[in-house]
Design a protein around this ligand. Structure first.
Ligand code: GLA
Length: 412
């Protein structure tokens, strides 16, 4: 009996652990949904509809315009690619919009040094009403994606019951493992359970998924960014410890390059997602994005920090009455990044702080990197006398993040 139990536990453990070794740092790439939604009208709008043409054009630009070389390697399809299930029950892409099939697209992405991600839904239908992955189809769909040489799966949760999700997400994780192909697994499961324990078991999630959507969909507005940010901060005691190499919280896509954010707000989203160790999935039209927005998304310092190998998610450490919020993320090499984020809506604000207040020892020497100019500028911030109060000024006008990295002198 004891032996049986031990065997059973070992079996369960094997099934539950996602042993793919992937995403040791947060994934970076391009995801279709926020910008291109479920536009399937290729007659009226051939350039922007969800089709192989759109993904191939984005792939070309990711390779040509420096994105891939900076780490943006995942080219991810979202909802609305499916046509039907064939008579063997296998998923088939819409034949008009994806005439060459998904393997063709995966080969194309791979030929450019990119990876291809795909979308499915653990339920009767996808959120936009296309065929879903019911429990009996989990293994078949995992095999299909592996045969297509797909590199990431986002598994959504529309049109499912709680029980189906409880069974389905671990089942898909095991099925992906069983294919033998390395497929990163993005789970929307927690977002369908309110994002918090006891409904959400983050220990289990970290074992079966590489990343997970905790909360609501991002929309193209600053309001939406703040809504998501505030939820993450409110629950940071729960969320912060569960992130780490191979398993990340996902506050959803970057809006940078679209219609809803000002330049300053776009910089703020980049800085905040960076300090939160969030996946960096752009969802924008790379054919028309402005140089300014390219600079934000391609900021080498932000990317280096986001991709720090320690993989510790940052936290809000101070919320001032002045509406300045301070975030801090520990990085490798005894380094920390600090983000000063102004929630003010009046004018540039002179924010005074001190090393002690930010929990830094005054016995070391610090350097400050300012990404204000979108370049890595090194400038001394802290006076020779480290006990002296120092200030960052001004935190520029409303809703802007000034971004500082405090680094011990000899490293980084
Ligand atoms: C849900 C997800 C979104 C997107 C849509 C597609 O709302 O949370 O990210 O995938 O479905 O229909």
């Amino acid at each position: 009996m004891l032996l049986k139990t031990v065997l059973l536990l070992t079996l369960v453990a094997q099934v539950l652990v996602l042993e793919n070794g992937l995403l040791r740092t947060p994934p970076m790439g391009w995801l279709a949904w926020e910008r291109f939604r479920c536009n399937i009208d290729c007659d009226e709008d051939p350039k922007n509809c969800i089709s192989e043409r759109l993904f191939m054009e984005m792939a070309d630009l990711m390779a040509q315009d420096g994105w891939r070389d900076l780490g943006y390697v995942y080219l991810n399809i979202d909802d609305c690619w499916i046509g039907e299930r064939d008579d063997r029950g296998r998923l088939v892409p819409d034949s008009k919009r994806f005439p060459h099939g998904i393997t063709f697209l995966a080969d194309y992405a791979h030929s450019l040094g990119l990876k291809l991600g795909i979308y499915a839904d653990m339920g009767n239908l996808t959120c936009m009403g296309f065929p879903g992955t019911t429990l009996d189809k989990v293994e078949l769909d995992a095999q299909t994606f592996a045969e297509w040489k797909v590199d990431m799966l986002k598994l959504d949760g529309c049109f499912s019951t709680r029980q189906e999700r409880i069974e389905g997400y671990p089942k898909m994780s095991a099925a992906l493992n069983a294919t033998g192909r390395s497929i990163a697994f993005s789970c929307s499961w927690p977002a369908y359970e309110g994002g918090l324990p006891p409904e959400v078991n983050y220990t289990l999630l970290a074992n079966i998924c590489n990343l997970w959507r905790n909360f609501d969909d991002i929309q193209d507005s600053w309001r939406s960014v703040l809504f998501i940010l505030d939820w993450f901060v409110k629950h940071q005691d729960i969320l912060q410890p569960v992130a780490g190499p191979g398993h990340w919280n996902d506050p959803d896509m970057l809006l940078i390059g679209n219609f809803g954010l000002s330049y300053e707000q776009a910089r703020a989203q980049m800085a905040l997602w960076t300090v939160l160790a969030a996946p960096l999935f752009m969802s924008t039209d790379l054919r028309t994005i402005s140089p300014q927005n390219v600079n934000i998304l391609q900021n080498p310092l932000m990317i280096k920090i986001n991709q720090d190998p320690l993989g510790i998610q940052g936290r809000m450490i101070l919320k001032e009455k002045s509406l300045i919020q301070v975030f801090k993320r520990p990085l490798s090499g005894d380094t920390n990044v600090v983000v000063f984020f102004s929630r003010r809506t009046d004018m540039p604000f002179r924010y005074h702080s001190s090393l002690a207040k930010l929990n830094f020892s005054s016995s070391r020497i610090y350097e400050h990197y300012n990404s204000q100019e979108m370049e890595t500028i090194q400038m001394p911030l802290v006076e020779e006398c480290l006990k002296k109060m120092w200030y960052i000024c001004p935190v520029p006008p409303s809703m802007i993040s000034l971004f500082a990295v405090l680094v011990t002198y000899s490293q980084w």
